[in-house]
Write a protein that binds this ligand. Structure first.
Ligand code: FAD
Ligand code: MLT
Ligand code: ZN
Length: 477
């Protein structure tokens, strides 16, 4: 416990793990690789994707069934052991790793697909299914997952639900609050909460599943879910465009909404500094020249000729109006992937600089890029770079700064400045990544006292002993 890297934070009044506890879990989860206690084996479970948060758990449990999860939580609750649920460990706010010595319950082996109704598109699976695996599975049935993000090769659907992940398809399919038709969760006392359903419509009482979507592991462990999967679009095109200012990025968006309308499926932007990360740190190349801003537009539909005609008419208009300076359009799947990589791999590229200060905010679109400019001016040469990219269509900016190693001076210049800035424009300090460990104490910048107080009451009534993912989401008391 003395190994904790958070000396100013007090450990909760939880028990410490003993040999008797480990023996109980070994009996509960027989077979190899289900109870990990070896320091080298569990190191990865203690460290987050950004390598900025580290815990010192001594035990990782890998259940395969809901009943096993139930027995684990029942035991932990009775014996006052704190728990952190972990999916693919791609979370970006330190929510998926222990803060002290919490027991890690990993969903890696809860990875079975349970059923698929081809007509309605409802897919029922365990929560540890990897998002990309689900996408590959349902592609054979001409269906697609309503959620896509750069971490799809590792993140789990349960982790996506727990963080209410947004990603690059939200513009088309909306948030998981609409796409998750049902779920099953194990409550902190081990009780199994059955909110499973494959129905589109069901107004019978409070919609309890919504509480777990975005709860970041603080209310229980999601063990299975039903996902509404739309028809896979048969025609997809991607345009990568260069333009001279952020206001042009917004002008093009306005035109795209009107001229591409129902076939517009994604609208993303990157600034020049973001593309430089790809080039310098990942040795990637851009299919067009250098411009201050880049726009990635995806269209998806059922008739390639129709979509192509619409996209060409749109692009001609954008070029002749001088909104777009140069661009390329691709329709072949490997080329589409390459262009999407330019957008999706910025997060990975930034890590090559050393330490990444990551912010994920919602703002009125017109104000969006001013924050990046203000931050650049404020931090000057104290950082390697300040970059802005993100989901323009959703009003969601990703603002990132890097330095060779963590600097408390740089951090002091970023926080609380960035949160005050966002709050001033009634934005959200976390658009899609959640609050986790890193951002929980800034919750009041986006939520009222009365709302936080009700959240605390809900937490207390579901998890009276506070064993589920302590030190996360809700502010320090
Ligand atoms: P983890 O990281 O393991 O956990 C995340 C949180 O959920 C933790 O608080 C954990 O305790 C909890 N949790 C996990 N599983 C369960 C469960 N079964 N039951 C209860 N609680 C659980 N996010 C976006 O919103 N949009 C993006 O576009 C996006 N892109 C990303 C790109 C990259 C390269 C990376 C690394 C991350 C990205 N993320 C994005 C952030 C991240 O939220 C998502 O990757 C994903 O939703 C996390 O899933 P996971 O399985 O890795 O969860
Ligand atoms: C993205 O959209 O690329 C992700 O949310 C990751 C990030 O913010 O860096
Ligand atoms: Zn994002």
């Amino acid at each position: 416990l003395t190994k904790t890297r958070y000396p100013n934070l007090k450990r909760g009044p939880f028990s410490t793990l003993g040999d008797v506890d480990v023996q109980f879990f070994e009996r509960l989860l027989p077979g190899t690789g289900r109870v990990l206690a070896d320091a080298s084996e569990i190191e990865g479970y203690n460290t987050d994707w950004l390598r900025t948060c580290r815990g010192c758990s001594e035990l990782v449990l890998r259940p395969k069934t809901t009943e096993e999860v139930s027995a684990i939580l029942n035991y932990c609750n009775t014996h006052n052991l704190a728990v952190v649920p972990q999916g693919g460990n791609t979370g970006l706010v330190g929510g998926s790793v222990p803060v002290f010595d919490e027991v890690v319950v990993s969903t890696q082996l809860l990875n079975q697909i349970i059923s698929l109704d081809e007509l309605s598109g409802s897919l029922v699976c365990q929560s540890g299914c990897v998002l990309g695996t689900l996408e590959d599975y349902i592609a054979d049935y001409n269906l697609t997952i309503p959620l896509d993000l750069g971490a799809k090769g590792s993140c789990h659907i349960g982790g996506n639900i727990a963080t209410n992940a947004g990603g690059v398809r939200l513009l088309r399919y909306g948030s998981l609050h609409g796409s998750i038709l049902g779920l099953e969760a194990v409550l902190p006392n081990g009780e199994i909460l059955d909110c499973m359903s494959t129905l589109r419509k069901d107004n019978t009482g409070y919609d309890l599943k919504q509480l777990f979507i975005g709860s970041e592991g603080t209310l229980g462990i999601v063990t299975a879910a039903s996902v509404l999967c739309p028809q896979k679009p048969s025609a997809v095109s991607v345009a990568f465009l260069g333009c001279e200012s952020f206001s042009k990025v917004l002008d093009i968006y306005k035109q795209a909404k009107g001229m591409l309308a129902e076939i517009l499926s994604a609208y993303e932007f990157l600034d020049e500094a973001s593309v430089a990360v790809n080039k310098e740190n990942l040795k990637m190349t851009s299919p067009i020249g250098d411009f201050p801003f880049f726009v990635l537009i995806e269209t998806s539909g059922s008739n390639g000729d129709h979509d192509e005609e619409k996209l060409n008419t749109f692009l001609e208009a954008m070029m002749s109006d001088g909104l777009v300076l140069d661009g390329t359009v691709v329709t072949e799947s490997t080329k589409i992937k390459d262009i999407w990589s330019l957008r999706e791999r910025v997060a990975e590229g930034l890590l090559h600089d050393g330490y990444c200060y990551k912010y994920d905010v919602s703002l009125p679109q017109a104000k969006f890029y001013d924050l990046v400019l203000d931050m650049r001016e404020r931090l000057g040469s104290s950082v390697i770079r300040v970059v802005g990219y993100g989901h323009v269509g959703d009003g969601n900016l990703h603002l990132n700064m890097t330095s060779p190693t963590y600097s408390s001076e740089v951090m002091g210049n970023i926080e609380p400045f960035v949160y005050d800035w966002v709050s001033k424009y009634s934005g959200s300090i976390s658009a899609e990544h959640g609050l986790g460990f890193k951002k929980r104490n800034f919750i009041y910048h986006s939520k009222s006292k009365s709302a936080v107080s009700l959240m605390q009451q809900i937490k207390k009534s579901i998890d009276p002993n506070g064993i589920m993912n302590p030190y996360k989401v809700l502010p320090e008391e």
